[in-house]
Design a protein around this ligand. Structure first.
Ligand code: SAM
Length: 390
C-alpha cells in the first residue's frame, strides 16, 4: 500500500480519539500541539490524560453515532474488534481513520515528528524500519537542536575571529566545536592541507590564504590584515588552520595582532599532525619503560637544525632535510639502528607509513615528499621491545 506524506490544515477540524488508556494518551500528546479540538471517547479515560490536556471527554462505550462531525478518528482501544469496527464505519462515512493496532490497513500513518524553531520534520517509517526511524528521529532532533542553538548564538559572535584547528586533513578529525563554528561563520579563511570540497557544505564566503597554488603573496601580515578587515566589518570569522593552531601554526601571532586592534579572538584546538601520525602509525609517543619524554620540533631550517634531546622526538616540516637530520643523529653517536617512522599525508586516503632507521635515511635510501611527520625514538619499535622483554 502506498502512503502519501502530506500536512493537513486542521483549522476548525475536530479529531476523535476512541480509547482512554496509554495509547490514547500518546496520540493526544502528539496531536495536541497541532489541534486543540480533540474529543476522547471511552468508558474510562485515564486521569493523567484529563489532567495533562484540555480535551472534550465522552465517558461512554463506542457507538457509530459518535463519529458524526469528525474529520479524523484514531482508533486506540485495547480491543482490536472495536478498532476494526471504528475503522469500517469511518470508511463508510468517508472519515480518515488510523488504527493504532494495525497501521497498514489505516487510512494514514502517524509519523515521527521533530519540531525546531522554524521547521517541522516528519519521518514516515513504512512500518518496516521502526528502529531506523527512531535512530533517525534522534539524530535529526540533535541536529536541529544544535542548529537552533547556532542560529541563536550567531548574533553574539559578530566581529570575532575563531582560530580553528582543522586537524591533519581528514574532516572526521575536526572537533564538534570547530564544525559548529564553520556552520555559523560569515567568512572562512583556509589554507593548505585542507580539503576544499569539505568546505562546500558551509554557506560562508570561503577565502584561500594558503601559500601554495601560486598564492605566495599572502604573507603573514597580509593574512593578519584580511582577518582584521573582516572582523572589523562585524563578520563572524573562522580562520581554519591545519593541525593545531598553536603548534607551528602561527596562531599566537594572529591572536596577538588582532587583540591589539581590539578584535576578540578564540582559539579552538585541533589534533596536531604529530599526534595523529603517532596514532595511525601505531607508535606511542611515550611508553612505560621505553620513553617518558617527547619533544616536538621543526626540521625546516637546514643550517640551524639541532636534534631534540628527548626519548621520542617528532619533527614537522622535515621532508627536505631528512637526510641531514639522520646524519646528525649518527654523528651524535646514536645507534645506527635507531628507529625512525615517517608518516606522510597523515589521516588522508593517500597516507603512507615508512618504518626505518637513521642509517637507511642518512644513506639516502628513503625518498620522501612533504607533508611528513618524522618520529625518532625507540617507541617506533615498541612492540618488538615489549615482545623481547617478555
Ligand atoms: C606549518 S606546519 C603546521 C602544523 C600544524 N599546525 C599541526 O599542528 O599539525 C606544517 C607541517 O605540519 C605537518 N603536517 C601537517 N599536516 C600533515 C599531514 N596530514 N601529514 C603529514 N604531515 C602533516 C608537516 O610536517 C607539515 O610540513
Amino acid at each position: 500500500m502506498n502512503f502519501l506524506p502530506i500536512s493537513i490544515n486542521l483549522e476548525n477540524k475536530k479529531i476523535l480519539i476512541v480509547g482512554g488508556g496509554n495509547v490514547a494518551y500518546q496520540k493526544v500528546k502528539n496531536i495536541y500541539p497541532f489541534c486543540k479540538n480533540i474529543t476522547v471517547l471511552a468508558p474510562q479515560i485515564s486521569d493523567k490524560l484529563k489532567t495533562d490536556f484540555t480535551v472534550n471527554s465522552i465517558t461512554e462505550p463506542y457507538n457509530n453515532k459518535h463519529l458524526s462531525g469528525f474529520f479524523i478518528v484514531y482508533a486506540c482501544t485495547n480491543n482490536s474488534l472495536v478498532n476494526e469496527q471504528v475503522f469500517l464505519q469511518c470508511e463508510e462515512l468517508n472519515i480518515l481513520c488510523n488504527r493504532s493496532d494495525n497501521a497498514s490497513v489505516s487510512h494514514f500513518h502517524s509519523q515521527a515528528i521533530i519540531e525546531s524553531d522554524d521547521l517541522i520534520v516528519s519521518i514516515n517509517s513504512k512500518h518496516t524500519e521502526v528502529e531506523k526511524t527512531k535512530q533517525l528521529k534522534h539524530e535529526l532532533a540533535t541536529y536541529l537542536h544544535e542548529r537552533d542553538q547556532r542560529i541563536h548564538e550567531q548574533g553574539t559572535q559578530k566581529g570575532k575571529v575563531y582560530l580553528v584547528g582543522f586537524g591533519p586533513g581528514n574532516p572526521d578529525l575536526l572537533t564538534r566545536k570547530g564544525e559548529k563554528l564553520l556552520y555559523q561563520a560569515d567568512v572562512i579563511f583556509y589554507d593548505d592541507l585542507l580539503d576544499g570540497n569539505f568546505l562546500e557544505r558551509f554557506t560562508a564566503e570561503k577565502i584561500y590564504v594558503g601559500k601554495r597554488r601560486g598564492n605566495h603573496s599572502k604573507v603573514q601580515n597580509q593574512i593578519n590584515d584580511v582577518l582584521y578587515q573582516a572582523a572589523a566589518q562585524g563578520k563572524m570569522v573562522v580562520r581554519l588552520k591545519g593541525g593545531d593552531p598553536l603548534i607551528f601554526g602561527r596562531g599566537s601571532e594572529e591572536r596577538y595582532y588582532l587583540e591589539k586592534l581590539g578584535i576578540q579572538v578564540e582559539i579552538i584546538p585541533g589534533i596536531s599532525s604529530a599526534i595523529a601520525a603517532a596514532a595511525y602509525a601505531d607508535i606511542p609517543l611515550t611508553h612505560r619503560g621505553i620513553a617518558s619524554s617527547v619533544a616536538l620540533g621543526t626540521a625546516h631550517a637546514k643550517n640551524s637544525f639541532k636534534i631534540l634531546e628527548s626519548d621520542t622526538s617528532v619533527y614537522y616540516m622535515g621532508a627536505d632535510n631528512i637526510i641531514q637530520i639522520a646524519a646528525q643523529y649518527l654523528e651524535k653517536g646514536y645507534n645506527p639502528d635507531y628507529p625512525v617512522a615517517i608518516v606522510r599525508n597523515v589521516s588522508l586516503s593517500n597516507q603512507e607509513i615508512i618504518k626505518t632507521n637513521i642509517t637507511e635515511i642518512a644513506n639516502g635510501n628513503i625518498k620522501v615528499e612533504s607533508p611528513i611527520i618524522s618520529i625518532f625514538g625507540n617507541t617506533v619499535n615498541y612492540k618488538q621491545i615489549v615482545n623481547d622483554n617478555q
